[in-house]
Design a protein around this ligand. Structure first.
Ligand code: HEC
Ligand code: HEC
Length: 391
């Protein structure tokens, strides 16, 4: 048992979230490749039938109130299963990625945050040694859901994402389950995947979506191949960048095989001007450390989608390192609601960040893996346009 799981067990669940703030632990290990296969929770072992069904559900807009948005709308393989938009547009939107807009007359607000990738979401919660529990993995930028099975219900209920004004949030799951039950192909596929007399349930919907998402992995980046023993997989520039990543202090938070400690930290990333301020987890402007996997495909960056390039991200960290706001001390790159004293101590310990550090950028690029499953079904059982209104 790890130290932190012993602590969680000891203090009970009410305090579990607070433990993500642990700043006394200095974890630095970034030498662990991703596992070759992903684990499933005991309650939901993966099967090919569940994965195939989950893929259809993921792409079927029948899951959304006005039947115009699918999970895949905002988690698209063209953008590494993220979105290429600072903030997502859900129901009543049209188009894909940065070309997506609200349709005329829409009264739906923007989604509050940048879409996270579901590439490698199977490994969320990995510690430095690569241990993780898929049943309790801390999901979302503010770790408000536990595990993919539970997470999958949230977008269906969210006004801005998939519900719209078609029904109330406490009715969303029932309506979607009823819709699926009316479709003969879903009745057959759920029966094949789960058996039983009433296989189409909210639980099984979450199980199928989770099983599919666990199959979307990109775990053979140059870094993984290097750490598994292929010493030619990373070049000298990337290796120099890896050493710098550790020396500068990035690895204090970005560690383990996903390059995230999966804890909450206060960085003071600026809000997106299109929205009211986002106080993050527990109102402290804390957000979960982002994974650094597959960044080549998943711009823009941060919870607010505020930075378009990795150079912009480095400039943000460079400014902290230089006392905050080297552009005439105007703090352009800081969240005005977060004082310097409130910033995470590990952030203030960064030393020697440089926004055009080509070696560090080369190392980050070695964490991307081109070869992942990009298959989009040609049709979905509802007969609606695959992926919703994206063309
Ligand atoms: C309108 C765009 C949109 C749609 C539709 C959407 N998502 Fe998301 N997804 C997001 C955004 C934005 C976030 C980050 C939300 C947050 O952290 O508050 C997210 C986060 C997630 C995460 C968390 C990943 C992590 O690393 O913690 C998962 C998993 C996920 N979505 C799966 C799904 C599934 C499954 C569906 C369909 C049932 C879906 N999404 C539909 C935009 C969308
Ligand atoms: C104190 C912990 C901490 C340190 C140190 C740290 N980061 Fe982060 N990093 C985070 C957190 C937390 C986020 C998400 C913040 C947000 O969205 O508000 C993040 C986000 C990022 C992102 C955006 C990824 C995405 O998908 O949006 C990149 C890139 C990044 N960090 C790189 C680095 C680099 C390079 C360093 C070293 C110069 C570094 N970080 C140092 C905690 C840290």
């Amino acid at each position: 048992m790890t130290k932190s799981s012993a602590m969680v067990a000891g203090v009970g669940l009410a305090c579990a979230a607070a433990l993500y703030f642990a700043t006394d632990v200095r974890s630095q290990d970034i030498r662990t490749p991703l596992p070759r296969t992903a684990k499933s929770p005991a309650a939901n072992p993966s099967t090919p039938q569940k994965v195939a069904l989950g893929r259809l559900l993921f792409w079927d807009p029948v899951l959304s109130g006005p039947k115009d948005v699918a999970c895949g709308t905002c988690h698209h393989p063209d953008f590494g299963y993220a979105e290429n938009r600072d903030l997502s547009i859900g129901v009543t939107g049209a188009g894909l990625g940065h070309r997506r807009r609200f349709s005329a007359g829409s009264s739906i607000p923007l989604v509050k945050r940048n879409s996270q990738t579901i590439l490698n979401v199977a490994f969320v919660g990995s510690d430095e040694q690569g241990n993780y529990d898929p049943a309790t993995a801390p999901m979302f930028w503010d770790v408000r859901a536990k595990g993919l099975e539970a997470q999958a219900m949230e977008p269906l209920k969210a006004l801005e994402e998939m519900r719209g004004r078609t029904y109330a949030d406490d009715k969303a799951i029932d309506v979607v389950v009823a819709r699926l039950t009316e479709i003969a192909e879903y009745r057959r596929l759920f029966a094949e995947a789960f058996g039983g007399t009433r296989p189409i349930t909210a639980t099984n919907l979450g199980y199928a979506l989770a099983a599919f998402q666990r199959s979307i992995v990109a775990n053979n980046a140059p870094f993984d191949r290097y750490m598994r023993g292929d010493r030619t997989a990373m070049n000298a520039t990337q290796l120099a960048g890896m050493r710098r990543f550790e020396r500068v202090g990035c690895a204090n938070c970005h560690n383990g095989p996903m390059f995230s400690d999966y804890k909450l930290h206060v960085l003071g990333v600026p809000d997106n001007a299109a929205l009211p301020t986002d106080p993050g987890a527990e109102g402290r402007y804390a957000f979960r450390t982002a994974s650094l996997r597959n960044l080549r495909f998943t711009a823009p960056y941060m919870h607010s989608g505020i930075f378009n390039t990795l150079e912009d991200v480095l400039e943000f960290y460079d400014d902290v390192d230089n006392g905050g706001g080297r552009r005439g001390g105007r703090n352009n790159d800081r969240n005005v609601n977060v004082s310097r004293e409130e910033l995470d101590p590990l952030l203030r310990q960064l030393r020697g960040v440089d926004d055009d550090d080509f070696e560090l950028l080369a190392f980050l690029d070695a964490l991307s893996d081109e070869k992942f499953d990009r298959n989009i079904p040609k049709t979905v059982p509802s007969g609606l346009p695959v992926g919703g209104t994206i063309n």
